[in-house]
Ligand binder design. Structure first.
Ligand SMILES: [Mn+2]
Length: 596
């Protein structure tokens, strides 16, 4: 692993430090995250509802709200057209709840991932029209639904599109009564990176404000926070306000479904919720419905007024998630076997593996795992009859969609972006695709690109660690996409107790800063202060290269607070460690291009 220090202009760091009376470490973290102006920094450190933008800054909001208000007043049924992932289903829940709260009637449609595929379908619109629906509002989908918009016009249905995905560059946006998307041309909305539920929440905010119910907004924001984390949009701007306020609010869940799913996910409500708990425990359960079965269960979960039903649905989602994990493990093992037996596949610059009947809802996650393991762009294909369906994930600096563009004639469908793609092609073209992608990648990557990089924020001495520093860093929470958890590096650290292996997997170390004579003065209390360090899943490293007391290390770490009453306190969570080089060797290594 390569370590790279995030850059931060020292002059700006000094200015923020003095103007806002911040700790220099926090100022550096802010500047490394692109926050230079003092007022911006203040807003970042203290997110509040007052920072939310007016919904009417979004193009199309006025027309959308007026039409919704008319529907609500006339008790006209409104069909909400959603999507099957966390973002799409929570967005449905947000709009359904707000329409019903205001006295209206709401129905919803969520496509089935395998049967219906992604996007708005004309037959759903025709059927709704036949049943008397005169207003459809999409959430988290629809920005490229040109045919669906035409159908709506033909059958006399007003269509409001709300979405956050990028519009088509040439054809513009569908012809609809209103189109709400901060990314459409001409929309001056300041926060461009809202998720689908975020856009839906802006509609909800407008409806709540117009009926004097704005104090209800925080309960909607709890739902938006889950979607914002699950959809991997950057946690900056309005998204930071949503996640900060929403995650705090989730500690007091009122909605029975929320309460049940947090309980089933074993989220500890006694302490601040972090984005990892949402991303790795709550979201996979909500997503499991759309991946493995029917996404409607998520909407039922959040709509029920029956605690027993909520618990049963949360349990069903947890079971589906267990199925999903087993399916993922099965596919991963099969891929690993293939890569062992056919090393030429593993050595490809763009890995492409295929298998029979792999669950299409899971192959994207397995592609992510293979990228983590091998550091190379990866496409996983599931063969179903004559057609193969695939998902791909990339590495930093390799535009996977461009790679697919370079051989576009091979596909029956493809789409996505730099980091992730979806595709379909006839099975007999898989060998051609494999060769084409490998060739394309060899022209753009070198083996050096396959070494993962650990970005870190600052070099510290362990003597600088303190509960105050920990508290200061916590002000930047919640961490996640666009606001990574701060990682620090310390050099010349000594192992002070024999390392302990925990559960065969993890490593527990005791570390102290080896500062030499400078800190031997008895007046310096920080001398010899040692810290506990947890190195999760790193036990195999001491099996091949044992650590003993006195070994000198460089460590990259995040700060953790262990609240155990007896041996709790501030501790380190290692992101990586390596042996300190003797001084001469370090200088020599620098000469040949060491990263620091
Ligand atoms: Mn989305």
């Amino acid at each position: 692993m390569r370590w790279a220090l995030r850059t931060a202009d020292e002059a700006i760091v000094r200015r923020l430090t003095s103007e806002l009376n911040l700790s220099p470490v926090v100022a550096r973290l802010l500047v490394a995250r692109g926050i230079y102006a003092p007022d911006h920094a203040l807003r970042f450190l203290t997110p509040s509802l007052a920072h939310l933008h007016s919904p009417y800054e979004m193009l199309g909001m006025k027309a959308a709200v007026e039409r919704l208000q008319a529907a609500i007043a006339n008790k006209e049924p409104v069909l909400i057209y959603g999507d099957y992932d966390v973002d799409g289903t929570t967005a449905v829940v947000i709009l359904k709840t707000v329409i019903e709260l205001c006295g209206g009637v709401a129905q919803f449609h969520v496509p089935h991932r395998i049967r219906d595929g992604y996007g708005m379908k004309e037959d759903v619109i025709e059927r709704a029209a036949a049943e008397g629906v005169r207003l459809i509002i999409s959430v988290d989908t629809g920005i490229r639904a040109f045919a669906a918009a035409e159908t709506a016009r033909r059958v006399g249905v007003d269509l409001i599109v709300t979405d956050h995905h990028l519009p088509e560059t040439h054809e513009g946006v569908p012809h609809a009564l209103a189109v709400l998307n901060p990314n459409q041309p001409g929309c001056g909305y300041p926060c461009k990176s809202l998720c689908g539920a975020g856009v839906a929440c802006k509609v909800a905010q407008a409806l709540l404000e117009s009926t004097g119910r704005e104090r209800m907004l925080p309960s909607f924001i709890k739902m938006v926070a889950i979607a914002t984390v699950a959809d991997s949009v950057p946690l900056i701007g309005e998204n930071r306000v949503f996640t900060k306020i929403g995650l705090d609010g989730l500690r007091d869940p009122r909605n029975l479904g929320l309460k049940a799913i947090l309980e089933a996910s074993q989220v500890d409500l006694a302490r601040p919720i972090n984005t990892g708990e949402i991303a790795f425990r709550v979201a996979p359960r909500l997503n499991a419905a759309g991946r493995m079965d029917v996404a409607e269960d998520v909407i039922k979960l959040f709509s029920t007024h029956e605690a027993g039903e909520a618990r049963a649905l949360a349990q069903k989602l947890s079971d589906l998630n267990t199925d999903r994990q087993q399916e993922e493990t099965r596919i991963l093992e099969s891929i690993e076997t293939t890569l062992r037996e056919r090393p030429e596949l593993r050595d490809a610059y763009c890995i492409l593996v295929d298998g029979d009947g792999w669950h299409r809802g899971v192959i994207g996650i397995t592609a992510t795992r293979i990228v983590e393991r091998y550091g190379r762009p990866t496409i996983v294909l599931s063969r179903e009859g004559d057609e193969a369906h695939g998902s791909g994930r990339s590495i930093r600096g390799f535009h996977l969609l461009d790679a697919l563009e370079s051989c576009r004639d091979l596909f029956s469908r493809f789409g996505g972006h730099a980091a992730a793609v979806g595709l379909g092609l006839p099975c007999d073209r898989i060998p051609q695709l494999r060769a084409a992608l490998d060739g394309y990648a060899r022209g753009r990557l070198t083996p050096d690109d396959f070494i993962p990089t650990l970005d870190y924020d600052a070099d510290l001495s362990l003597a600088d660690l303190s509960p105050n520093l920990y508290d200061a860093v916590q002000q930047l929470r919640p961490f996640g996409m666009g606001n990574p958890e701060p990682v620090f590096a310390a050099h010349g650290v000594k192992v002070t107790l024999p390392p302990r292996v925990i559960k065969d997997k993890h490593l527990k170390l005791r570390l102290a800063q080896n500062d030499g004579a400078a800190r031997t003065s008895s007046s310096n209390k920080s001398y010899a202060k040692s810290w506990q360090a947890m190195a999760w899943r790193m036990a195999d490293r001491v099996a091949t290269d044992p650590l003993v007391v006195g070994d000198a290390l460089e460590v990259a770490f995040t700060l953790e607070y262990n609240d155990h009453p007896d041996f709790g306190g501030l501790e380190l969570r290692l992101a990586d460690y390596r042996r300190s080089q003797p001084r001469e060797a370090t200088i020599a290594a620098k000469g040949i291009g060491d990263s620091r």
